[in-house]
Design a protein around this ligand. Structure first.
Ligand SMILES: *Cc1c(COP(=O)(O)O)cnc(C)c1O
Length: 266
């Protein structure tokens, strides 16, 4: 009787151990999945660049880690990646200090003026803000960089190329004016190019990319800078190869590297 009870306890304990080690293996495999997905993405980037007769060293891959835990970002970092993107201020200021300082963070989300300073103060290794879409936010960023005594901040101007009213971004017809403003009135910002998010259903992808390319021509003419000095941030998980073939210098890839997003219940 005792024996049987003991055996039952042991079986039970063993079952728990197996379950735990299964979970550990599953989570290790998950992390391995992100690193493997990164490698596959980098390979596809290289192939798309080759098809377009471009060098893949001119194409930056921003691994968009929004909603993903620090542990998984760390795995992708350990696989050798250094450039990550986030779109909520609260989330990036929480994660960045828990991760290595040589990460280049890109802020890619809608930015409210009162969040410019907390973003810059909380993320000393912020490399770029890709989502400047009006003079007010440019001015706030410019002032915050000055007040914090940071080095110049690289920025992209976000252009609404899909015509959807809900989307952030300046109208294509207004991008020259905003680029001029940043260039002439924001000495602490370095204008580096243009960014766009196309239609989320990807229904007008080539037109969106074409529109952004046209914006670049106009901006470069107006500012008197060569097109090679004006980046195009376009292309996400489902269209980055096409974006690269159309001249993208910066692709923002989330779910293809990290899997579907994990929104927490609040
Ligand atoms: C989330 C996000 C991405 C990544 O989207 P995926 O389709 O998961 O690759 C790219 N750009 C911006 C601005 C985003 O917010």
């Amino acid at each position: 009787m005792n024996n049987l009870e003991d055996q039952a306890k042991i079986d039970n304990a063993t079952a728990q151990q197996v379950a735990q080690s299964d979970m550990a293996a599953a989570s290790a495999a998950m992390d391995g999945v992100a690193a493997a997905a990164l490698r596959s993405v980098l390979q596809r980037v290289q192939q798309a660049a080759e098809r377009a007769g471009r060098g893949s060293q001119h194409i930056r891959v921003v691994a968009v880690s929004k909603t993903k835990p620090v542990s998984v970002i760390r795995q992708v970092y350990d696989a050798g990646h250094r450039c990550f993107g986030e779109n909520y201020v609260q989330e990036i200021v929480e994660k960045a200090p828990q991760l290595p300082e040589d990460i280049e963070w890109h802020f890619i989300g809608n930015l409210q003026s009162n969040k410019a300073k907390p973003l810059l103060a909380g993320v000393p290794n912020l490399a770029m803000v890709e989502s400047v879409d009006d003079e007010k936010i440019a001015n706030h960023l410019n002032r915050a960089v000055g007040n914090l005594g940071r080095k110049r901040l690289k920025v992209l101007i976000q252009v609404n190329t899909s015509g959807e009213e809900s989307k952030s971004g300046v109208e294509p017809s207004a991008c020259v004016e905003l680029a001029k403003h940043v260039n002439q009135n924001c000495p602490n910002l370095e204008f580096c190019g243009l960014m766009t998010i196309g239609m989320l259903d990807y229904s007008s992808t080539p037109e969106n990319f074409k529109t952004l390319t046209n914006c670049r021509s106009e901006v470069c003419k107006a500012l008197g800078i060569p097109e090679e000095q004006c980046e195009l941030s376009m292309g996400m998980s489902n269209d980055f190869e096409q974006a690269i073939e159309m001249g993208s210098t910066n692709v923002r890839i989330g779910s293809t590297i990290f899997g579907p997003r994990e929104y927490q219940k609040k």
